[in-house]
Structure formats: C-alpha cells, structure tokens
Design a protein around this ligand. Structure first.
Ligand code: CMC
Length: 427
C-alpha cells in the first residue's frame, strides 16, 4: 500500500503522508495542505476528519467493537469496576490491587464539595433541569479549586482530574435532592464510589440507607458503559475548550453542555419518553412510520449512531442488565416489552436495515434507570457523571501531546463580499 496520498488541485500536484495507527483506518496527514495549495478541506460534522492522535479508546463501528486501552467493553462491563476502568483510562494500564486501593482512596477523599457550593444550588429554580445545574456547578468548581489549575503541571492536572471524577456524583446527587426538596447528604467514605452515589441520591438523613448490591453492580456497569467513547461531540468540545489552555473545570462544564443535546447524551431521556409515549406494542408501527417519514422530524431515539453501523456493544450489555435489575427489584415495567418489540420491528424493517440503524447505548439505559428510581431528567446527568472520566483522560492526553495546538477550524465562506456601510436613514 502506498504511504502517500496524491492530490491534484488546479495547477499543482501535492503529496501527503498516510499515517497508520495500531488498528483502524489510516489517515492522510493534510496539515500542510493550506500552506501548499491555499485550500482547506470541507467536512461538516467531521465525518472524515481525525482531529487528534489518541491511545485511549478504539471503535470499529462496522464490527460493533469498542475497546478501552485495548480491552473490550463487554469484558470490562462483566469483570471490572468503574473505578478500575477510570484508572485504566487515566493511566493506560489496569491497576494492581495496591494501585487500585490507592486510587479508590484518593477518589473517596475528594468526594466532598466546598461547603459554599451548597448555597450555589439555592440560586437555581427547584424545577431546573439537572443538566442545567450540573453545567453551572461544574463550571463553578473553577472558582473554588485554584490549586489545581496550572495545566502545565502534570501533578496539578491529575489532582483536577481526581476532583472532577470524585465530585461529579456529589454534584449530580445534590441536583436531584434539590429538585425534590430533600436535604443534601454528605458522602460516606465507607461506601464504594457507586454505592455512595446511590446513598447520596436516594438516602435521607433520618434513616440508614442500605445499598442494594444488585443495583450497585448494575449502576457501576452503566457507569463503565458510558466512561469514554473516543472523539464524540462532548469529548471534542472538552478538547477544543481545553486547547486554548482554559480552566479544567470550565472545560468539563463545556462538555456537559454539549452532552445535553438530544442527538447525544440527551437521547436516553428522549428514548424513555418516546417509549412511554408509545405505551403499547400496537402503537409501534405508527412510530416506525413516523421515523421513516422525511417530512416528520421525529426520529427513533436510542437508534442510529455516527460510528456504529452495527449493534452498539454497549446496548447488548444494557439489555442484559435490564433483566437483572427487573428480576432483583421484581419490576415489570411494560415499557421494556415495548422496547424489545420496537427493536425487533425496526431491525426487520428495510429502512433501518438499509441505513444500518441499530439500538445504541441510550435505547435501554433509560428503562433500567427508571426502574432504579431516577426521574428521566436525571438520565443525562448520570451519563455526564460517568463520561467525566473520559473527558479528563482525553483532556490530559491532549495537554501532554507535543503536537497539540489550539483548535481552530476554517470555513467555506458564502456570506456577502465586502460592501460599504449605509447610514440607517438611507437604507
Ligand atoms: N430514526 C430514523 N432515521 C434515522 C435515525 C433514527 N434514529 N438516525 C438516523 N436516521 C436516518 C437519517 O434520517 C438519515 O437518513 P437519510 O440518509 O435518508 O437522510 C440517515 O439515517 C443517516 O443519519 P444522519 O443523521 O445523517 O447520521 P449522523 O451520523 O449524522 O447521526 C445520530 C447520528 C446518532 C445523531 C442519529 O442516528 C440520531 O439522531 N439518532 C437518534 C438520537 C440518538 O439516539 N442519539 C444517541 C447517540 S449514542 C449516545 C451518544 O454517544 O451520545
């Protein structure tokens, strides 16, 4: 195979190196294109553009493969823990027992929020969306933790990263507590990362909270499934914000804002709302017809993916987890039956087959989260909580990359050419 790509532009032939990663498609290194030809590439939505080099996560969308630092997501979800996966993403290798214990200790000891932040919550309306609160409070961390913002110092970067991973469950749980008018609960260091989050969310100060081990395991697995996903929109947002040297906490707030959209993390909330609206299997064909209708903006939420043109491997684990949680809690929510039948009908429909639209991670996650007791508005906040580790790992990787530059895409300008200002009275 040739190791250069030749490009003919009017009046010029240019050649660019082809770079190979450890696995996956090669990339054409076009960094000199503008300098040599005076032309940019045009790629809205970055469908053919690799924005960086990364060693964290690999996705083969055609085969439905997702690897973190080489480990398949199915194996991590089955055998690992969210803390272990967080260590792996941040440090590159799975920890030994001593390293894992030390990491868990560090995270546990960063879970408390500055007390002043509790008053910050009271500035929000009680019916504020938890993602609005998460965005605001995560951004506000930048006003509280000044000793971990020298991004040129790897040690300070790691402290900021640990703080973010540790405090996000506290922030999310407090957003929930605020919305239901219950008192905030401080973290409890005896509990696991996930057990602690469940207690801060569902516990009350008046009573002991018993963590249900099946729910704890399922929740931890859901966190693992959301931990990182290569250069998706919110991760690219964190990288872009961070590329200017911005405060790490503010960069994560930018990621949360991006994640909120229904085409991205907001799809879990939208998917469950859709399943509830469908309500009964008999109504599924009507919704499938709407999803196929080009004149109707409706899409099957939790279906389709920019990268996966096969079953999202995270959806496979999610579907299995629904059954475990339902059995443990003795829940029988008809919405699961609607989801299963909708999936089957869509997967046998020529429209979805031809466009390679499969269930993604968000299709079943809402069904489980709802059974655990979370309101739909919390779903995307949970995604943000788990994705924080991916964001900080990618942010660290970017800052320590010697090739890192401020992100600055160019454009194809189609607006008016230069013209003279006309005073208002003469227009
Ligand atoms: N229902 C109906 N049609 C769809 C759907 C869907 N869910 N998804 C894609 N299509 C059609 C789309 O209309 C288009 O048709 P055509 O080629 O005739 O114009 C074709 O499939 C390709 O879609 P696209 O919008 O060009 O693809 P994309 O890569 O830009 O978008 C997506 C990917 C995830 C935004 C899109 O599939 C979608 O909107 N899905 C629903 C929202 C959702 O579940 N998002 C969660 C993504 S996974 C979690 C995460 O990482 O955030």
């Amino acid at each position: 195979m040739s190791d250069t790509a030749k490009l003919q532009v009017p009046g010029k032939d240019v050649e660019y190196p082809i770079l190979s990663g450890s696995v996956g498609p090669d990339v054409i290194d076009i960094r000199k294109l503008y300098g040599q030809t005076g032309k940019f590439t045009y790629d809205p939505g970055f469908t053919s553009t690799a924005s960086c080099e990364s060693g964290l996560t690999y996705i083969d969308g055609d085969e439905g493969i997702l690897l973190h630092r080489g480990y398949p997501i199915g194996q991590l979800a089955e055998h690992s823990s969210f803390m272990e996966v967080s260590y792996l993403l941040l440090n590159g290798e799975l920890p030994n027992q001593e390293e894992l214990t030390a990491f868990e200790n560090t995270i546990t000891r960063h879970t408390m929020l500055h007390e002043q932040l509790a008053t910050f919550y009271r500035g929000f309306r009680r019916d504020a969306h938890p993602m609005a609160v998460m965005c605001g409070v995560a951004g506000a961390l930048s006003a509280f933790y000044h000793d971990s913002t020298d991004i040129t110092d790897p040690k300070q970067r790691m402290i900021a990263s640990h703080r973010l991973i540790a405090k996000m469950p506290t922030i999310a749980a407090m957003a929930y507590k605020y919305s239901v008018g219950q008192p905030f609960l401080y973290p409890d260091n005896k509990l696991s990362y996930t057990g602690n989050f469940l207690r801060m969310t569902f516990g009350v100060p008046a009573e002991e909270y018993e963590v249900n081990p099946v729910i704890e395991k399922a929740m931890d697995r859901i966190f693992i499934l959301h931990a990182d996903h290569e250069q998706n929109a919110s991760t690219s947002t964190v990288r872009l914000a961070g590329s200017s040297g911005a405060n790490p906490f503010a960069c994560i707030a930018a990621g949360i804002a991006c994640l909120w959209g229904p085409a991205h993390g907001g799809a879990n909330e939208a998917a469950l709302n859709m399943l509830r609206e469908i309500g009964r299997p008999e109504r599924i064909p009507e919704y499938i017809a709407r999803a196929k209708d080009k004149n109707d903006p409706f899409r099957l939420m939790g279906f389709g993916h920019r990268v996966y043109k096969n079953y999202d491997p995270r959806a496979t684990v999610m579907q299995k987890t629904v059954r475990e949680v339902f059995d443990a809690l003795k829940v029988n929510d008809p919405v699961f039956e609607v989801a299963l039948q909708l999936e089957e009908m869509a997967l046998n429909d020529p429209y979805f087959i031809e466009k390679k639209l499969f269930p993604n991670v968000d299709f079943y996650s809402g069904v489980i989260l709802s059974a655990i007791g979370f309101p739909t508005t919390m779903f995307t906040a949970l995604f943000a909580l788990a994705r924080t580790v991916g964001w900080v790992a990618q942010w660290n990787e970017m800052i320590s990359d010697p090739e890192q530059k401020i992100g600055r895409p160019r454009q194809l300008y189609t607006g008016p050419v230069q013209r003279d200002y006309v005073p208002v009275g003469q227009r």
